[in-house]
Design a protein around this ligand. Structure first.
Ligand SMILES: [Zn+2]
Length: 742
């Protein structure tokens, strides 16, 4: 067994380790290097050969742990990538964003080099593209905490909560080789205790080897008292002055933590109910991931959700996505709280909000995280009186405040406490992921306090584990280890008391099953397995029933049992600038003004336009989302939303709760609704059901074909087509629907 250290050695970013056993290579993390001095490593191909790797396991979704994966895939990696289920969802958002940043950086570099007539040390192109990201995402599969998974022959990995960000993990790796069994624990990034939303880090009793982070190895976080109380005072004072509280945040974790604190203050009436904006498309997506993975959050959060005080939904909160929405925050007439990235004010929408608030003495700029040297955030915290934003000088009139105590990393005491739970000394502790001075300081503390053997590996060094490990009971031949023997987890876990809860799963099982759920397997084209969605599964019947029952409950409440409603269909791909989007927006607003509720699929494009119109008119705006591996997230204009597991349940609800369909231009999904309504009408299941087709240019040829070819052939009757009306004018559509929808 051999371990090669390929990143975050005597520095913080670019975590990568290669573990070799039984002739297989497995990579642990594949992070982007962000330190200037080592950027060239990003451009090198994987030192072990991308195509020779069997699998990649991931601790968490921060970019310094996953940011180079698309490059690895572009270089030829074809193995499997395993991570906790929330990490897979977050990686989707993080890597797409990373590709965007890469492209922008490359453009900027090209311009600068052209201007200065020189070339840089690296090609002025992106490290990888959005296409590479798509390819990489296809290889990801999610696992649960505490389920041992055999990722390669004799290499069994178990993910345990590391309490750092949503889905973050310490990896317990059991290696069975040459008749011996050894455990290596990769700490991953370790979180602080009592962080909002997520669990505390897991402790372990036993490991032969430990690879551990050391970010804060040389210091403790200062004790600044309760975050909530600090926040309460600042918000109340600012609102009393009539100003806004502007909070630069990171889109992942910090933004959701701030929402958590604000929600508690609002629910307890400790701050007034003012508008709270989270202004970032990325934070919007990440917040939806938090909402989706509720069972991965800590007990306190789950209780808050159960008692109807969900921390990520509270009165006054709006999540804004589009540029228009972002701009409209400026017109908010009353004092408000605005959170936006980037956390250090060096980029992003926060700059716009700073421009409108920085010179106002009644406003407050509130910093909740570390501000690196050279960033705008740091200059403000350091008390500069004039700052440049978007090329213009601004006088700093607003109050600059800081709330401390929100670090995502355990401090020195936390790291030592984590080690304190090992019952016997590990054979060796490797310190990584920390500046050299932090790692050296931590090494000294560990040696003094526990007497463990500690090493701080250099970049590129290999460690051969040729010492005598504990022998297996039946041990003799390499690879001859029977998996029927239960690997006992050394994690200290209140729920399972350290016992591994299940037999190890093979990685093939995970990959041949659906990405998230057995019900979705027939939708997952990446595995190309024969469809078996009718196989016997007693739970399915219950799931279908609960899908339906919950849906009925949600809809009945949303429609107050009697309101008229229209279901709106159309392409998810048409942007706000498309005339059909605008037409849908306007039409649904007019319908809303007549008291008609709008039901859509809850996604972007036409669905968003429909929900937006309803919301503008103050009429119920309902989104019936569907749970798919790559489904679009809910648009921000749904006042009521419900996510169905089953397509047909959603279809039943569209038909049951609307008095008519309004179909805008669209792709396959929209045609599906069109032909389905034709079928329902033809079979008299939806007699007298009005279907408006909006856009004569788009729908005209299809209706002509139905009328002239299909009808003449005798396949459908004249009366079947009578329920369809092709229109273009929003007022005409409205008049018509107002008359026919009951
Ligand atoms: Zn991290």
């Amino acid at each position: 067994m051999k371990l090669t250290f390929l990143g975050a050695n005597r520095n913080v970013t670019g975590s990568r380790y290669c573990l070799e056993a039984n002739g297989k290579r497995v990579m642990v993390d594949y992070g982007l290097v962000q330190e200037r001095d080592h950027l060239s490593r990003n451009w090198e191909t994987c030192p072990n050969g991308a195509d020779s790797l069997h699998a990649l396991v991931v601790t968490h979704a921060h970019i310094d742990h996953i940011g180079l994966i698309p490059k690895l895939v572009a270089d030829g990696f074809r193995g499997k990538i395993l991570a906790s289920r929330p990490t897979v969802a977050l990686a989707d958002v993080m890597l797409k964003d990373s590709a965007k940043i890469q492209a922008e950086d490359a453009k900027y570099k090209q311009r600068r080099h052209r201007k200065e007539g020189r070339t840089g040390p690296h090609p002025p192109s992106a490290l990888y593209t959005a296409k590479d990201v798509e390819k990489a995402l296809q290889l990801f599969r999610g696992v649960d905490y505490r389920v041992p998974t055999e990722i390669a022959p004799g290499i069994i990995v178990t993910w345990h909560d590391a309490g750092h960000i949503l889905g973050s993990a310490s990896l317990e790796v059991l290696v069975r080789e040459a008749g011996r069994e050894r455990t290596i624990i990769f700490s991953g990034d370790l979180g602080q205790h009592d962080k909002p939303l997520i669990h505390d880090p897991t402790y372990f009793r036993h490991a032969d080897y430990v690879v551990m982070e050391s970010t804060y190895g040389d210091r403790d976080h200062e004790a600044f008292g309760n975050v909530e109380e600090q926040l309460e005072v600042i918000v109340n004072q600012t609102i009393k002055r009539g100003g806004n509280v502007v909070i630069p945040v990171f889109a992942v974790e910090r933004a959701q933590e701030m929402m958590y604190f604000l929600s508690r203050l609002v629910h307890k009436n400790r701050i007034p109910e003012v508008p709270v904006f989270l202004d970032s498309p990325m934070a919007y997506d990440v917040t939806n991931i938090f909402r989706r993975f509720t069972s991965w959050l800590d007990d306190e959060t789950v209780r808050a959700i159960e008692t109807d005080e969900p921390p990520l939904h509270f009165p006054g909160l709006s999540l804004t996505r589009t540029v228009d929405e972002s701009k409209s925050i400026n017109h908010c007439k009353q004092p408000c709280i605005i959170m936006a990235p980037a956390g250090m004010c060096n980029a992003g929408r926060i700059k716009h909000h700073l421009r409108s608030n920085i010179s106002r003495p009644e406003s407050t700029i509130l910093f909740v995280g570390f501000q690196a040297v050279g960033t705008l955030g740091r200059r403000l915290v350091d008390g500069e009186k004039e700052v440049r934003i978007h090329g213009r000088e601004y006088r700093v009139g607003a109050r600059i405040e800081q709330v401390f105590g929100m670090s995502g990393h355990a401090d020195r005491t936390g790291l030592l406490q984590w080690l304190n739970h090992f019952e016997q000394p590990p054979r060796k502790v490797f310190l990584t992921h920390g500046e050299e001075h932090a790692a050296i300081a931590l090494k000294k503390s560990i040696e003094t306090r526990f007497g463990f053997d500690v090493s701080i590996p250099e970049y590129g060094t290999e460690h051969e584990f040729n010492d005598e490990g504990p022998t297996l009971v039946d041990g003799s031949r390499p690879n001859a280890v029977s998996l029927s023997r239960r690997p006992t987890s050394t994690a200290i876990d209140v729920e399972t008391n350290g016992e591994a809860i299940v037999e190890p799963v093979s990685v093939n099982e995970i990959f041949s099953a659906s990405p998230e759920d057995p019900d979705l397997e027939f939708l997952d084209s990446s595995t190309r397995r024969p469809v078996s969605f009718l196989h016997e599964d007693p739970w399915r019947v219950l799931r279908i029933q609960s899908d339906l029952i919950q849906g009925i409950e949600v809809m009945t409440r949303a429609l107050e049992g009697r309101r008229r409603a229209v279901a709106v269909f159309g392409s998810a791909r048409l942007p706000e600038s498309d005339p059909s989007y605008q037409l849908a927006h306007q039409t649904c607003q007019l319908l809303g003004e007549r008291g008609i509720a709008i039901i859509t699929g809850g996604g972007p494009g036409i669905m968003e336009a429909g929900n937006r119109g309803a919301r503008d008119a103050g009429s119920p705006s309902i989104g019936l989302n569907i749970e798919l591996p790559h489904e679009q997230t809910l648009n921000p204009y749904c006042d009521t939303s419900y996510t169905c597991r089953y397509f047909f349940v959603r279809k039943m609800m569209f038909a049951k709760y609307s008095g008519g369909f309004l179909i805008f231009p669209g792709g396959f999904g929209t045609f599906d609704e069109f032909f389905e309504s034709l079928t329902l009408i033809q079979t008299k299941k939806l007699a007298q059901f009005p279907v408006g087709l909006v856009g004569s240019e788009f729908w005209g040829p299809l209706v002509d074909w139905l009328r002239n070819v299909v009808r003449e052939k005798g396949c459908i009757d004249d009366s079947d087509l009578q329920q369809f009306k092709v229109m273009d004018d929003p007022h005409q559509i409205c008049e018509w629907l107002d008359q026919v929808v009951t």
